[in-house]
Write a protein that binds this ligand. Structure first.
Ligand SMILES: O=C(O)CCC(=O)C(=O)O
Length: 207
């Protein structure tokens, strides 16, 4: 993780920050992609997204104001960007989901606190942030104290592993709550592109 990432993480205590970042449980890579790389990724995902409608009606769902798809075929340029993300996120040989998750949140969209199901995702979540910044909040599943806010700027890559993935929920704040250290982080339409590894085999310590 780059040193300049630290001002982009606000934890409820220095000890928590140290614990989550040690062992690379939490990583931010600001400016992981360039503007032209973002454009290449958008060229790949926009046609598929435009065919879908934003989902807004189901208030019991974790995500509001979104459309999404799973994508396995990418241009050569996008494939090399995704490979760069996979190379920093996953050790060699770790089995990964071949389908990449593309999530398009409209300006008023948001993601409620949730922990990704262990049935569908292994120990690592690696995302790229396109079009807009946002605040991602991690909340401890074990107490009411431990909390981390991540300033996910446009072009940032983030990685949640281990404790940050399993013992903390994550959420993307709605525009009206989108503040980082008291500063407004305006929300626009945001697309995230997320790579995950395969869930653990039955019989592993997580079952
Ligand atoms: O949009 C993001 O970066 C996070 C998406 C998310 O929380 C999820 O797909 O579980």
């Amino acid at each position: 993780m780059l040193r300049e990432a630290f001002p982009l993480i606000r934890a409820s205590s220095p000890a928590l920050l140290e614990r989550l970042c040690r062992g690379r449980g939490l990583e931010l890579w600001p400016q992981f992609i360039s503007g032209p790389e973002e454009e290449a990724l958008l060229r790949d995902v926009e046609p598929g997204l435009y065919r879908k409608h934003y989902q807004r009606d189901h208030w019991d769902q974790a995500i509001h104001g979104y459309r999404e798809m799973e994508k396995s075929r990418w241009s050569v340029q996008s494939e090399s960007i995704l490979q760069r993300l996979r190379d920093v996120a996953f050790p060699p040989g770790v089995p990964q989901l071949s389908m990449v998750h593309v999530l398009d949140l409209e300006k008023t969209g948001f993601i409620k606190a949730h922990v990704d199901s262990v049935k569908f995702c292994g120990d690592t979540i690696a995302g790229l942030c396109l079009l807009s910044g946002c605040v991602m909040r991690l909340l401890s599943e074990d107490n009411d104290v431990d909390q981390v806010d991540l300033l996910l700027q446009q072009h940032t890559a983030y990685i949640l592993r281990g404790e940050a993935r399993y013992r903390f929920s994550h959420q993307v704040l709605p525009d009206e709550e989108s503040f980082f250290g008291g500063e407004k982080v305006p929300r626009e339409r945001r697309i995230s592109i997320i790579c995950r590894n395969l869930p653990h085999e039955p019989g592993s310590e997580l079952d």
